[in-house]
Design a protein around this ligand. Structure first.
Ligand code: SAH
Ligand code: SF4
Ligand code: F3S
Length: 445
């Protein structure tokens, strides 16, 4: 059967997390290897792919309205529209029912089969949601990396934690780790191509285990930091439950591993955490945060918070606010609980009134805004190492970058400094970003 896509053009729209972004880069690479070309706009593509996120009802609504728009765009043109990603996996064939225009639905384990699907004849929607227990290695050709400075490297996929609210274990299946040699090969290649930062990705990076040797995440970090390659190493997402001391030691052993950690707390109440099936208490999380800060001074911690989980009382919600005050995260992502089909908590009443959820979210975000502003103001006057990630929005001399802690810094430069490490003096601070001026460069401009 032919898998030749020469002469075809594709456009991919991505919703969801960094893993989905990395998957879109892989899909682009897979289609390009089959001969297709990327198009800059939907209107110019004959293969339109929506890479979807199922994590909250809102992400699914956004996807649905986008698909509606694509359907209208299709009128009168010979275009194939496909849905990939997490909604494709959990909804499968149901996605095509009552919705016209979707030609293919392919889950995360089916991307290597896309050329064959697309080169074939369509007598009706093609649905491929077969899940594989083993790692699916995409060809090394990765087209459009989303940044010329920083690259995602997926090291594991799936989740065995089954937090009560979360659809990810259904969408991404059981945990599977990528063979160590192919991680090494990708990192070495990124180093040769001049990337300055890598971000290891996984739903639970700390559960990583090389299928052949059993090498765990701490050893992966240590050996990556010992090899030549991109200078900065980050990873996301870590689960507090199995974030062992060996990972903290691996971080402490190398200055190349950024002093930054995204460690989802979800709630500051031990009662809510228990009902969420998170596997740690408030006290255990606080203890972990304290150990991290002691061993890795200056580490920037960030987190995810859910408000309005079923049964969350006002007192339990206050526990989340006090935890935020106590831990002082550098950044948070906060969400209103939304019941997801097939999850444990979707079977218990979603009993926190919408008004209360809304108010709690506003309170969390207002508190964090104040804490973040304080934190950022404390950085004014300091000179921080920044990786320039690309042009800013304002004008040709505006650039944007990130500190080791992950703070966004906006600054001006006379030449394109994308992909360079700069020493930036922080001159101003808002709640969500910093301003600065170049004080020096780690490498020649
Ligand atoms: N593997 C990562 C990412 C999970 S999804 C992790 O374990 O942290 C990202 C965030 O979405 C979660 O951390 C959680 O805060 C939020 N989330 C997940 N399911 C949700 C739901 N049903 N309602 C509201 N927020 C949810
Ligand atoms: Fe979802 Fe929990 Fe797994 Fe994270 S650890 S992906 S929140 S089930
Ligand atoms: Fe969304 Fe799937 Fe990522 S549900 S958050 S795109 S793993």
């Amino acid at each position: 059967m032919t898998t030749d896509l020469r002469g075809r053009t594709f456009f991919i729209r991505t919703f969801g997390c960094q893993m989905n972004e990395n998957d879109s880069e892989k899909i682009a690479g897979i289609l390009a290897a089959a001969g297709a070309f990327p198009a800059g706009r939907e209107e110019d593509a004959d293969i339109l792919i929506v890479n979807t996120c199922a994590v909250r009802a809102k992400s699914v609504e956004k996807m649905a309205s986008y698909i509606g728009r694509l359907g209208r765009l299709k009128a009168g043109r010979k275009v194939r529209i496909g849905v990939t990603g997490c909604v494709a996996q959990v909804e499968g064939k149901a996605l095509t029912v009552g919705r016209k225009g979707i030609d293919f639905v392919v889950g995360p384990d089916g991307y290597l089969r896309l050329p064959r699907i697309l080169a074939g004849a369509f007598s009706g929607p093609v649905v491929d949601t077969a899940q594989s227990p083993d790692w699916q290695e995409a060809p090394p050709l990765l087209l459009a990396r989303s940044s010329p400075a920083s690259a995602f490297v997926t090291i594991m996929e799936g989740c065995d934690n089954f937090c009560a609210y979360c659809i990810v274990p259904l969408a991404r299946g059981r945990e599977k780790s990528r063979p160590l040699p192919s991680i090494r090969a990708e990192v070495d290649d990124l180093g040769r191509r001049g990337y300055r930062e890598i971000q290891f990705l996984g739903q639970n990076v700390n559960s990583y285990r090389d299928p052949a040797s059993g090498t765990g995440f701490a050893s992966l970090l240590e050996e990556t930091a010992r090899r030549p390659g991109p200078e900065w190493i980050r990873f996301v997402t870590s689960h507090p439950r199995n974030f062992g001391p060996e990972i903290i030691e691996a971080m402490a052993a190398s200055p190349r591993i950024c002093r930054q950690l995204h460690l989802p707390l979800q709630s500051g109440s031990s009662g809510v955490l228990d009902r969420m099936n998170r596997g740690y208490t408030r006290a255990e999380y606080l203890d972990l945060a304290a150990r991290l800060r002691k061993r890795l001074p200056g580490i920037a911690l960030s987190t995810d918070i859910i408000v309005g989980f079923p049964g969350e009382t006002e007192a339990e919600f206050q526990d989340t606010l006090t935890a935020l005050e106590e831990i002082r995260f550098a950044a948070i992502f906060s969400f209103r609980y939304s019941p997801r089909p097939g999850t444990a908590s979707s079977r218990i009443p979603d009993d926190v009134p919408l008004e209360a959820k809304r108010r709690r979210l506003i309170e969390v975000q207002a508190l964090q805004k104040r804490l973040q502003t304080d934190f950022h103001r404390g950085l004014v006057g300091r000179v921080l190492r920044v990786l320039a990630t690309g042009p800013g929005k304002k004008d040709a001399s505006a650039f944007s970058g990130r500190t080791e802690g992950g703070q966004v810094v906006n600054f001006r430069a006379a030449a394109d400094v994308t992909g360079r490490f700069l020493d930036i003096e922080i001159t101003g601070a808002g709640p969500y970003s910093l301003r600065g001026r170049i004080a020096g460069a780690a490498d020649p401009i």
